[in-house]
Write a protein that binds this ligand. Structure first.
Ligand SMILES: Cc1cc2nc3c(=O)[nH]c(=O)nc-3n(C[C@H](O)[C@H](O)[C@H](O)COP(=O)(O)OP(=O)(O)OC[C@H]3O[C@@H](n4cnc5c(N)ncnc54)[C@H](O)[C@@H]3O)c2cc1C
Length: 426
């Protein structure tokens, strides 16, 4: 049994659960389709215990040397998967039957925030595995698919990814050109995918392809593809400005046979799998920039209190205090938005598209600003690679692009309002 699961069962005596829920959610909780059966939202105490467990893990396994080396070498420390699995972190939202912890989305945000605080790129690869792949299988997989793929993914003995984007279809992902043609016993996939996190290392990938290209969004299906299948290859690993060491690949599918049993969700129902997955993906990924903002403060606060100019610590200068205050309030505001949105999913089973997009939109832009502030506060030391400040900036920028750009997130929020107010224009 993993240490986290052990602590969880010890920390939550059954007698303590009911009164707390009665106080926090006095109204009837909706049955959630997004959690394992019998899911109970974690208490604040559960979440802070979990946070401490992740911090213990990062202090031991993702030291500043590991984070710097991952960035410089642009290569993921592959032994990390088994360590993350052993700690119980790879199946936070998954069913206990397949090795998960069934702790929900607040808990998943806690783990991603703390991993990203230690290393943005390890955090990103973690999220692609545990949210984009594991959670999509948890939500959409058949009992057989879950039994076949989740135990290995959750133990960290196999690596997961999700492939949606193509070089010609990023923001307009529904215009993808990869096809899956029906053949005896399954489908044959042809096409390519671009910018796929964990693509170079993955064993199992959730792949979206057009099963009926003429039907647009209604002709798309999700598949579980094993990368050992003939015709699959990772064409190249991308050389990125940031998130270096979170291995990103361009993937090629040249007549890849996928058995019928590996259709994820309904045939031609891929757009529902994709869009619902995107809401929760944006919500959980919004914890990545939280970790990066905390990391920027972890660097800037001690530095500005140690560094003296004009005979006093620079933090005694009001202009410096103002910048630190801005960093801190941006982090706390972003943190509140992410966890309030995740709490609504966990406690009420309600997923508000505009808040999932809003949480990552807000946190991502604030993280880039905080990383820039961190560089400025460090002066010359902010501009050299001996300190992590420039890595934080390079890593933070990704969150304004991946999982839908800031522009697309603003459009998603606007469209959600249009839907809510449609009746007024009738
Ligand atoms: C490091 C990294 C990891 C990634 N990981 C994954 C992954 O694991 N799986 C996966 O499937 N994808 C992944 N992606 C892909 C990512 O989701 C896309 O890059 C993103 O959706 C943007 O698509 P694009 O790059 O084609 O940009 P484009 O869509 O070409 O956009 C270019 C610019 O135009 C703007 N734009 C586009 N349309 C509009 C519009 N209608 N209105 C206003 N502005 C618009 C965009 O906001 C952007 O500023 C990853 C990307 C990166 C960089």
């Amino acid at each position: 049994m993993s240490s986290v699961r052990l602590f969880r069962s010890l920390a939550r005596p059954a007698a303590l659960r009911l009164p707390r829920q009665a106080v926090i959610t006095p109204h009837v909780r909706h049955h959630s389709q997004k959690h394992p059966q019998g899911f109970e939202p974690p208490s604040e105490a559960d979440l802070s215990e979990l946070r401490e467990r992740v911090q213990e893990f990062t202090r031991r396994e993702i030291t500043e040397e590991v984070a710097a080396h991952t960035d410089k070498s642009n290569s993921f420390p592959n032994d990390m998967w088994a360590k993350l699995g052993e700690a119980g972190f790879l199946g936070i939202t998954a069913d206990e039957e397949v090795g998960g912890l069934g702790m929900g989305y607040q808990a998943h945000c806690v783990v991603l925030e703390e991993l990203s605080r230690a290393s943005g790129s390890i955090g990103l690869s973690y999220a692609a595995h545990s949210q984009l792949c594991v959670n999509q299988i948890q939500l959409n997989g058949t009992a057989e698919q879950k039994k076949k793929y989740l135990p290995g993914l959750i133990a960290g003995t196999s690596v997961g990814a999700l492939a949606m984007s193509e070089s010609g279809a990023g923001s307009d992902v529904v215009s993808m050109r990869t096809t899956a043609t029906k053949v005896d016993g399954g489908y044959v996939i042809n096409g390519s995918k671009m910018w796929i996190t964990n693509g170079p290392d993955a064993d199992v990938i959730v792949v979206y392809a057009k099963t009926e290209p003429d039907k647009g969004s209604k002709g798309m299906t999700a598949f579980l593809v094993e990368t050992k299948t003939d015709g699959f290859s990772c064409q190249r690993k991308l050389d990125k400005m940031g998130m270096r060491g979170s291995n990103t690949g361009e993937l090629s599918f040249d007549g890849v046979f996928v058995p019928e049993a590996n259709v994820l969700g309904r045939v031609n129902g891929g757009v529902r799998v994709l869009m619902e997955g995107l809401d929760l993906e944006r919500l959980v990924l919004s914890a990545g920039p939280l970790g990066l903002m905390q990391a920027a403060l972890d660097v800037a606060l001690p530095f500005t209190h140690q560094r003296k100019q004009f005979g006093a610590p620079i933090a005694h200068n009001q202009l410096v205090q103002g910048r630190l205050a801005d960093m801190y309030t941006k982090l706390q505001a972003s943190r509140s938005y992410t966890y309030a949105t995740a709490r609504e999913v966990d406690e009420e089973g309600v997923i508000r598209t505009q808040d999932c997009a809003g949480a990552i939109l807000y946190a991502a832009e604030r993280a880039t600003e905080c990383a820039l502030d961190c560089i400025q506060l460090l002066g010359g030391m902010g501009y050299v690679e001996e300190m992590p400040a420039s890595r934080l900036l390079r890593d933070a920028k990704l969150y304004e692009i991946g999982a839908g750009t800031s522009e697309i997130r603003r459009m998603v929020i606007g469209r959600a309002f249009n839907k809510e107010y449609a009746h007024m224009s009738r």
